[in-house]
Design a protein around this ligand. Sequence first.
Ligand SMILES: *[C@@H]1O[C@H](CO)[C@@H](O)[C@H](O)[C@H]1NC(C)=O
Ligand SMILES: *[C@@H]1O[C@H](CO)[C@@H](O)[C@H](O)[C@H]1NC(C)=O
Ligand SMILES: *[C@@H]1O[C@H](CO)[C@@H](O)[C@H](O)[C@H]1NC(C)=O
Ligand SMILES: *[C@@H]1O[C@H](CO)[C@@H](O)[C@H](O)[C@H]1NC(C)=O
Ligand SMILES: *[C@@H]1O[C@H](CO)[C@@H](O)[C@H](O)[C@H]1NC(C)=O
Ligand SMILES: *[C@@H]1O[C@H](CO)[C@@H](O)[C@H](O)[C@H]1NC(C)=O
Length: 212
Amino acid sequence: MARQAHLGFVVLVPNCHISKPYFSKSSIFLFCITILTIAGTSASTSAGNETDRLSLLAFKSKIVHDPQGVMDSWNDSLHFCDWRGVTCGRKHRRVTALDLSSSGLIGSLSSHIGNLSFLRDVSLQNNTLDGEIPREIGRLFRLEYLHLANNSLVGEIPAANLSRCTRLTFLNLGSNNFVGKIPVEFESLKNLRGLGLHFNGLTGSDFERLTV
Ligand SMILES: *[C@@H]1O[C@H](CO)[C@@H](O)[C@H](O)[C@H]1NC(C)=O
Ligand SMILES: *[C@@H]1O[C@H](CO)[C@@H](O)[C@H](O)[C@H]1NC(C)=O
Ligand SMILES: *[C@@H]1O[C@H](CO)[C@@H](O)[C@H](O)[C@H]1NC(C)=O
Ligand SMILES: *[C@@H]1O[C@H](CO)[C@@H](O)[C@H](O)[C@H]1NC(C)=O
Ligand SMILES: *[C@@H]1O[C@H](CO)[C@@H](O)[C@H](O)[C@H]1NC(C)=O
Ligand SMILES: *[C@@H]1O[C@H](CO)[C@@H](O)[C@H](O)[C@H]1NC(C)=O
């Protein structure tokens, strides 16, 4: 039994390849438990989830008007995974989706959104968000769905940054006030199924065929 348990740990923890057994089996066992404990702590520690909480609070701080009170639940009496519009992964309790679409929100996008490193889906369409898309969004390498249509976003689309979100499948930036050229960089987004850039001040039409 004990031997099976040792083997189980060695198989489960890839870092525990001790090819030359200088240690007794039981000390290898303890060593592996230690690694497992350290790895477990750092994976779900306050470091990660505290970053998510602070990033969401930074996001909220840039919303200057919330007429429907959709962010009223974003307070310390609730875990951020229970805040309205926030979805977390079941296992690690990290933010995977942010949906505050059609909420009448007025404000801008915090660059801290780029620290929500588990984020996959962002639905903020149909609000009155102004300012630019923070370039930090390019750090969200898990991002698959980004819907920012019908806001008041300005400036150039940070295409070089967005094109680093290689898992993007849906990107809708339509009905904003973006200027500049339609980004050729998006051609590198091989998973892209829907791209909306309509009703902006963009020039060049190479990618019109992709418009949703
Ligand atoms: C962060 O994770 C730690 C350890 O898992 C947990 O005790 C703490 O309640 C979590 N905090 C938040 C804000 O999720
Ligand atoms: C925090 O949010 C909850 C849920 O919306 C609400 O019931 C509570 O009154 C809020 N607390 C404060 C201090 O605003
Ligand atoms: C957009 O949001 C407004 C409220 O701000 C709402 O009345 C309207 O129905 C929304 N449009 C869509 C298409 O959801
Ligand atoms: C999060 O992002 C902001 C701005 O992009 C940055 O200043 C900050 O240091 C980042 N890290 C954490 C842990 O909040
Ligand atoms: C945005 O992309 C440019 C060009 O790749 C890069 O130099 C810059 O560091 C990126 N900005 C952020 C905040 O990631
Ligand atoms: C766009 O947003 C405005 C308000 O900001 C709203 O009146 C309008 O219905 C929205 N359009 C669509 C297509 O959702």
